[in-house]
Design a protein around this ligand. Structure first.
Ligand SMILES: [Zn+2]
Length: 367
């Protein structure tokens, strides 16, 4: 078993606090990425580079040509640049925007790199340590997409780390498709030009059809029109209106079918109204079975630590490898809560087990 002093865990938590102080909204992660790059450089990782998607990658080389492991954590947060990155540490709790999602994840990747380096741990395959961009919001998992394009099906596993949710093994990726539908017409005066087509009238017709689309109960599939906007005034025939639609499914095929059904309902032709459908968000679904050796290993490691494993589904970086049939899981590192709010927090004590989980899993898989 790989050993390290308890002080090492405190240092990773301190690193998480340091990372939390560097703003990294989705699409604007470069400051945080540069900082991570400096840390990797200090550890003298091989093949250290930033790729075209802004991901930072470094390699701890293996002694033979066994399948590599890719360990990653996303750099980006949901917080815009103007959100103050206050940080508060009291007892067993650290609070601050982004501390759990995902400063702690990135700090754990750095901690693992340091452990590999300082203890000169050698395994038959390469261990790639990666910090990704664009995991949140409309980033559409662009960072991990580039990582998976590079490594494809060669890795033994893709392991994505998230600060929150110790005990959770995400082995299923929730598929998401987001559409923005815009209706455009000539518009006019509600009295004088009465009879001309209205962008709002047509958008509402389409919305009504979309809202009445049936979705399967299993695999769980959902549909939501979350935003509608348009028009100029109460007495103007609307020239423009739009709505945003969020489609989700546990099943890749079910999501495809729902997309096709919704799209058919959006293509009705009304003279004088143009309908534009844009895909503004896309996260593919995919999963490995609970019996997959990677899931079994992750469960076994947690069981050894006395942590009850919860197999679950979510939309994370692991979606991309899973959607292509590659083994991947997202693992949580500690307990905490209020993610995506400024009151976000993590508990420090459970992180001892959370980090130990990653070390033991890497040792088990890489050996
Ligand atoms: Zn996250």
């Amino acid at each position: 078993m790989i050993t390290y002093p308890i002080r090492f865990i405190d240092r990773i938590l301190e690193t998480a606090c340091r990372i939390q102080q560097i703003a990294a909204p989705t699409f604007d992660e470069s400051r945080r990425a540069a900082w991570v790059m400096d840390q990797f450089r200090a550890l003298n990782l091989s093949d250290l580079h930033m790729d075209s998607a802004g991901n930072v990658l470094g390699c701890w080389p293996g002694t033979a040509s066994a399948a590599p492991l890719v360990i990653s954590a996303h750099l980006d947060t949901v917080f815009p640049l103007d959100v103050p990155l206050t940080l508060d540490r009291q007892g067993n709790r650290i609070s601050g925007p982004g501390i759990g999602d995902n400063s702690l994840g990135v700090a754990a990747v750095l901690g693992l790199a340091e452990l590999l380096k300082t203890q000169a741990l050698r395994f038959p395959g390469d261990i790639w340590l990666v910090a990704t961009t664009c995991e949140e919001g409309l980033g559409n998992l662009r960072g991990i997409q580039a990582v998976v394009e590079r490594f494809a099906g060669r890795p033994q596993a893709y392991i994505c780390l998230e600060g929150h949710g110790l005990g959770t093994i995400l082995h299923r990726g929730l598929g998401v498709e987001r559409l923005r539908v815009t209706a455009r017409a000539q518009g006019g005066h509600s009295w004088v030009d009465y009879g001309r087509p209205s962008a709002i009238h047509q958008l509402m017709r389409l919305g009504s059809r979309v809202a009445s689309t049936r979705v399967p109960i299993a695999p769980r599939t959902t549909l939501n029109i979350g935003r509608v906007e348009g028009g100029t005034s109460i007495n103007t025939i609307a020239a423009e209106a739009w709505m945003e639609i969020d489609l989700r499914s546990e099943g890749a095929k079910a999501l495809e079918r729902l997309k096709a059904r919704v799209n058919r309902r959006l293509t009705s032709v009304v003279e004088g109204v143009d309908i534009e459908v844009q895909v503004v968000g896309r996260r593919p679904a995919g999963e490995i079975p609970p019996t997959h050796p990677l899931v079994a290993s992750a469960q076994a490691v947690l069981a050894e630590l006395g942590v009850t494993a919860r197999l679950d589904i979510a939309s994370t970086d692991a979606n991309i490898p899973l959607s292509l049939g590659y083994p991947a899981v997202t693992l949580g590192l500690t307990s905490g809560g209020r993610a995506h709010t400024v009151d976000e927090f993590i508990e420090t004590t459970p992180f001892q087990k959370g980090f130990r989980q990653i070390v033991n899993l890497v040792e088990r898989l890489a050996a």
